[in-house]
Write a protein that binds this ligand. Structure first.
Ligand code: SF4
Length: 356
């Protein structure tokens, strides 16, 4: 059975749910890595590993959702709560542009006082001053705005798009199975609603990424159910540019528990590359795994090093302390035998970095 499934992968045939489950249970780490690497080589034979130069701007940490796995949020009224001013946001964008950045990823908590007009004003202001791609607001923030305003998701997205929003990050997906979501983040956007926001964004011509946070007490079948949900939506819309799996960071969280190790991360990454046959790109998550595991992940199906992330606060709040500057990212990619290239939000190559 395992051999038959492996042959299907090598022949470029799609695996079904049970085949994926069986492969994960029966295959060793290196077998999974080998298969995922072959899939990657077919999709990206040129031997390039891309990355985007960008910055995460977490505009506020005030959030009413209080997810049990989150170490970042502060409830309204908490003295550690903050909301960045427009000037602070502007300074961060200027520093990003000065470092050769092309993109801003804005994500924050669900602040009860921020309405749709606030984001429209902010995005128009940014776009009128700075030449950046706005890859911002996860489906959870879009859902929150739609509810607060009593508007359909499509109208919220259309207005934000008009104001300058280019694409959506895949945050807030965690595991797209309601049993898991109800346990770890009961107030958060449901599976169906998360998918609806993404479907609507894609229909409006906006691209997005998809993520998965594993290690939240879900079963292996629930992880595959997550992959199945985004694969089906990708069949329908083709709007996802990349998939990014990462392991839950338990530090400073109410949920607590053990973090998945490097082997489990690599196994999940490899299975994702194999199962998501309609996703063009798989990103490593060096910010949670460190650059050495991320470098290894390039042989387990990944072809993109994510972002240089000039700033990141959410994962850091949970105790992950990995940092890497652009030179370190270039060094990792080259040492693994690949050619590094800076890309934009839609994976067009902006610049190759030759050795030297
Ligand atoms: S994960 Fe997001 S929605 Fe949940 S508490 Fe943290 S900031 Fe709020």
């Amino acid at each position: 059975m395992k051999e038959t499934i492996a042959c299907k992968v090598l022949d470029g045939e799609r695996l079904n749910f049970h085949e994926a489950e069986h492969l994960y249970q029966e295959a060793g780490l290196l077998e999974l890595g080998y298969l995922a690497n072959r899939v990657r080589q077919k999709l990206h034979p040129e031997g390039t590993v891309t990355f985007v130069v960008d910055r995460n701007i977490n505009y506020t940490n005030i959030c009413v959702n209080a997810c049990r796995f989150c170490a970042f949020y502060r409830l309204p009224g908490d003295p550690e709560g903050y909301l960045l001013s427009r000037e602070e946001i502007g300074r961060k964008i200027e520093a990003t542009l000065a470092a050769g950045g092309t993109q801003i990823l804005m994500q924050g908590g669900l602040h009860p006082d921020l309405d749709l007009a606030w984001f429209e004003d902010l995005f128009s202001w940014i776009k009128s001053r700075y030449p950046v791609t706005l890859h911002s607001l996860s489906p959870v923030e879009i859902d929150d705005l739609a509810r607060k305003e009593g508007l359909p998701v499509a109208e919220v997205l259309q207005r934000l798009k008009r104001a300058g929003l280019d694409s959506l990050p895949g945050g807030g997906a965690e595991i797209l199975v309601d049993r898991v979501r109800n346990r770890v983040s009961p107030k958060k956007t449901s599976t169906a609603r998360w998918l609806e926001v993404m479907r609507t964004a894609h229909a409006l011509g906006m691209k997005s990424t998809a993520t998965m946070v594993f290690g939240l007490g879900e079963t292996m079948a629930e992880r595959i159910a997550h992959l199945e949900a985004i694969r089906q939506l990708q069949d329908e819309t083709g709007g996802f540019t990349a998939f990014i799996p990462w392991s839950f960071q338990p530090g400073n969280t109410d949920l607590g528990g053990e973090e998945a190790g490097a082997c489990e991360y690599l196994r999940i990454l490899a299975l994702s590359r194999i199962y998501l046959d309609n996703f063009p790109n798989i990103q490593v998550s060096w910010v949670t795994q460190g650059t050495k595991v991320a470098q290894t992940a390039l042989f387990f199906g990944a072809n993109d090093f994510g972002s240089t992330m000039l700033e990141e606060n959410v994962v850091r709040a949970a105790g992950a302390s990995f940092r890497a500057d652009q030179e370190e990212i270039l060094r990792c990619i080259r040492a693994a035998g690949f050619r590094p290239a800076q890309r934009d939000n839609e994976y067009h190559i902006l610049r190759y970095y030759e050795a030297g």
